[in-house]
Design a protein around this ligand. Structure first.
Ligand SMILES: Cc1cc2nc3c(=O)[nH]c(=O)nc-3n(C[C@H](O)[C@H](O)[C@H](O)COP(=O)(O)OP(=O)(O)OC[C@H]3O[C@@H](n4cnc5c(N)ncnc54)[C@H](O)[C@@H]3O)c2cc1C
Length: 369
């Protein structure tokens, strides 16, 4: 039911703009408008903060169905979850009420600022600094690769409050776009997800009230990692959606394309490729939904399953989208067909929220009992 609703909305209101958004590298405003009108822009926010109160699996379904037609647009619900999850996990009641409610109403979006130019996989090596000054914290530094930067009103920012303690000296804060000293770099020129702005966030003596700290001082890195346990499941969902879009397109194409006097779908070489694509997709889906259930329950083994779902589904999406191009032959290699965009979009799911090498490190350290 939820899947059908989102699919209908995505096909009617998001799919028609997907190629143009990619070609022009512009923000998919039509998607934001359509998702917000249907209360789907941040479905994960609980009802007590005026949200839809969707559980982790329902959130996965929304992201999956949007990504099936436009991966860039799927970053609207996905990054709203990424940005707000630190608050949901660790913030005071007051902070939650102040910042979750506008996101639930569709009045603001939320980004997540962990990475820096010199701190990617080794995120704890960050340099951004927060220094206490009476009832305020003063933030300085550069956050890099921030999805939806400039479009989002609010930012969860991780910064060092005690340089001697490495990861235990990092704290999390809510920063507003309108805070004095906040500015943004030029949009990155990317391979894919071109409709999702990725920019640096500059913090230049940004002075924020002390009550904008999320949780206790020194808990920011733990909150950031706990967030990723939950949100890697949403990246898996994005990968599933992209792969499903490519498989659906290829499935129809092979029925229509004729060579040697018959549809290419009649050739066993083509059928076996489709069978493998569907098999990988369904295996990825089963793991992702299992991880979503663990995310919802807060199971102790979520760290393994979140990493495994993200890693497996993104690798599957890469293989499936490459095979979809193969099934379209030369046509698949052109921008006249959507599968090359899907392949370019799939690639990022192997990189962000921790590269797939990092996922394997996380899995190895958290093997299921
Ligand atoms: C489009 C886009 C959007 C993003 N959005 C956000 C966002 O919203 N917020 C945010 O905070 N970040 C975001 N990121 C950052 C992203 O999470 C990082 O790019 C990613 O974690 C990798 O860091 P890096 O780019 O510095 O690569 P590096 O850490 O320099 O890695 C380079 C290579 O070395 C490998 N490597 C590194 N360490 C190890 C190791 N120990 N063992 C084996 N291999 C290793 C990596 O896997 C990779 O292949 C985004 C990135 C992109 C490209």
């Amino acid at each position: 039911m939820l899947r059908d609703t989102v699919r209908a909305l995505a096909e009617a209101k998001i799919a028609p703009f997907a190629a143009e958004v990619d070609e022009q590298g512009r923000f998919p405003q039509e998607a934001l408008d359509a998702l917000s009108a249907a209360d789907l822009q941040a479905v994960h926010i609980p009802e007590e903060y005026e949200g839809a109160g969707a559980d982790a699996l329902a959130t996965v379904l929304v992201i999956e169905e949007v990504a099936r037609v436009c991966a860039s647009s799927s970053l609207i619900p996905a990054v709203n979850k990424l940005g707000t999850m630190p608050l949901m996990l660790s913030a005071s009641e007051d902070l939650k009420r102040r910042y979750l409610t506008p996101v639930a109403r569709g009045e603001a979006m939320f980004s997540y600022c962990l990475s820096e130019p010199e701190a990617g996989s080794d995120a704890a090596g960050m340099k951004a600094r927060a220094v206490r000054d009476g009832d305020y914290w003063v933030l300085n530094g550069v956050k890099r690769w921030i999805t939806n930067a400039g479009v989002s009103e609010y930012y969860t920012v991780m910064a060092v409050t005690d340089p001697d303690k490495r990861s235990k000296g990092i704290s999390a804060f809510v920063v507003e776009k309108s805070d004095e000293g906040v500015s943004f770099g030029a949009p990155e020129k990317k391979l894919g997800i071109k409709g999702s702005p990725t920019r640096e966030v500059y913090l230049d003596n940004v002075r924020i009230p002390a009550d904008r700290m999320i949780g206790e001082e020194g808990t920011g890195f733990a909150t950031a990692m706990a967030t990723l346990d939950h949100t890697r499941v949403t990246i898996a969902a994005q990968a599933l959606g992209i792969a499903q879009g490519a498989l659906d397109y290829a499935k129809n194409y092979v029925q229509e394309r004729r060579q040697f006097g018959k549809p290419i779908a009649d050739f066993q070489g083509v059928q076996f490729m489709l069978a493998d694509m569907a098999m990988k997709l369904e295996a990825a889906r089963a793991l992702t939904y299992q991880a979503a259930a663990k995310s919802e329950r807060g199971d102790a083994d979520l760290t393994f399953y979140g990493a495994a779902a993200k890693c497996y589904a993104s690798d599957a999406a890469m293989e499936i989208t490459i095979d979809a191009i193969q099934l379209l032959g030369g046509y698949g290699y052109t921008r006249d067909y959507p599968v090359e965009r899907m392949m370019r979009d799939a690639k990022i799911t192997q990189i962000y929220e921790g590269t797939n090498q990092v996922q394997r490190i996380v899995m190895a350290r958290n093997l299921p009992k």
